[in-house]
Design a protein around this ligand. Structure first.
Ligand SMILES: [Zn+2]
Length: 418
């Protein structure tokens, strides 16, 4: 078998494996296939003024946000599919590791800089609607930290890829696929410990009835947590959120201080019960496994692209061992991310619905679920009637009216069983 045939076979086999994993692990009917049907109706729970406000907000924030996505993708494709990306890398003096590291950074910086004004524009809209509480210096610091995290990762990938291709010109893709899969696993483990603290400051929730309730909730769920922490998210946002991170003895509940300020203890419990649902169903583990498989598929696919004479000629590069090919690599990753986005969103929505069902099962409180969902939707200015295209591409969670309808269907099912 030629190296290209081996890479192509791996690409297809692992790709199919990923599809099968997602098909089997995704809860397609979180409430069961025969659950009662409750129509999704935003007008039942939200006033005309609330709907008008969220529409005006989305009408203002979406154009710059989507323009930023398009511009970023177009810039990555332009750098990868023409000689401009290779020429940019060629300007970096020094041996190949320096060329790969700094050239890779320069390639990633171009789309970032081009989209910065659009990101700033979206931030202006968020502030106008009271959703962002950041100052420009805080916003700039977050952008810089985000770029730093992305930059470190990019240097590892760029130098690793070019280095592997120089070391093993025929089989680098097999080493690379293994390495990329391991990197995804490592990041999933390290992210909450290393990256989260860069953006938030955590303090333990002081002892009190809420803390006792939350620890008890987790224990009843068979998922004891080590501590309940509060993140100072109000420095940047008014959005309400919570999550559970860490494994085993380091498992902890993290509450945004905004959630504590705006929700009743009962509502906070519902949100935490949803997060426990993700832990209970091993959603992070499944997501990491899918991400690892996806990363391996991408590397095998990269080998196929980087051995294509036509693409290399367009990019002005000699092959994967040539740092000038990094533009093509980044373009392929950007395109793969864009193309698989709708599938990722679809799977994510089902997983989120299952966590909602878990929250209802654990608390048995659909009324608070509905009121809490309304609070969240009003506070986060959720899109109550998303356009189908926007929904398919970007909705990683069901819409608020869908979540409310799910809670009502859950209640109807529970009443019928009684
Ligand atoms: Zn969730």
């Amino acid at each position: 078998m030629t190296p290209r045939a081996a890479a192509a076979t791996t690409f297809v086999v692992l790709g199919l494996g990923l599809v099968v994993l997602l098909a089997l692990a995704t809860p397609w009917h979180p409430l069961g296939a025969h659950a009662p049907h409750v129509p999704v109706d935003p007008r039942r729970d939200f006033t005309a003024a609330e709907i008008a406000k969220e529409r005006a907000f989305h009408g203002a924030v979406r154009p710059p946000a989507y323009a930023a996505l398009l511009v970023g993708l177009a810039a990555a494709l332009a750098l990868g599919c023409t000689r401009s990306g290779g020429a940019l890398v060629q300007r970096v003096p020094g041996p190949w590791p320096v060329k790969a590291a700094l050239g890779g950074l320069a390639l990633a910086l171009v789309p970032q800089v081009l989209t910065l004004p659009l990101d700033a524009r979206a931030e202006v809209v968020l502030r106008r609607y009271g959703l962002s509480t950041q100052t420009w210096s805080g916003w700039a610091a977050d952008q810089a930290k985000g770029a730093l995290v992305g930059g470190v990762l990019l240097v590892v990938v760029a130098v690793g890829l070019v280095g592997l291709a120089r070391w093993r010109p025929q089989t680098w893709w097999a080493w690379g696929a293994t390495g990329a899969a391991l990197l995804v696993c490592l990041l999933s483990y390290v992210y909450p410990v290393v990256v989260e603290p860069l953006f938030n400051h955590f303090t333990p929730l002081p002892p009190g009835p809420l803390k006792t309730e939350l620890l008890d909730l987790a224990r009843r769920d068979g998922l004891p947590v080590h501590d309940v922490l509060v993140a100072d998210a109000s420095r940047r946002t008014t959005a309400l959120n919570a999550y559970v991170s860490g494994y085993g003895r380091t498992r902890r509940i993290v509450l945004y201080d905004t959630l504590l300020a705006k929700s009743t203890p009962r509502e906070t419990e519902l949100v935490v019960a949803h997060e426990l649902g993700h832990v209970k169903h091993h959603d992070v583990r499944t997501g990491t496994l899918a991400g690892a498989l996806g990363a391996a598929v991408v590397v095998a696919g990269l080998y196929l692209l980087l051995t294509s004479p036509a693409l290399l000629r367009n990019a002005g590069a000699d092959g994967a061992q040539d740092p000038r090919a990094l533009g093509l690599v980044l373009a392929a990753i950007a395109a793969a991310t864009a193309v698989t986005g709708p599938a990722q969103s679809l799977v994510s929505r089902r997983i989120e619905a299952r966590a909602d069902v878990h929250s209802l099962d654990l608390t048995g409180d659909p009324d608070t679920f509905v009121s809490s969902e309304k609070t969240l939707a009003r506070s986060n200015l959720a899109d109550l009637e998303p356009n189908p295209v926007v929904y398919a591409l970007f909705f990683t969670h069901p819409s608020s009216p869908e979540r409310i309808a799910l809670a009502r269907a859950w209640a109807e099912r529970a009443a019928a069983r009684r």
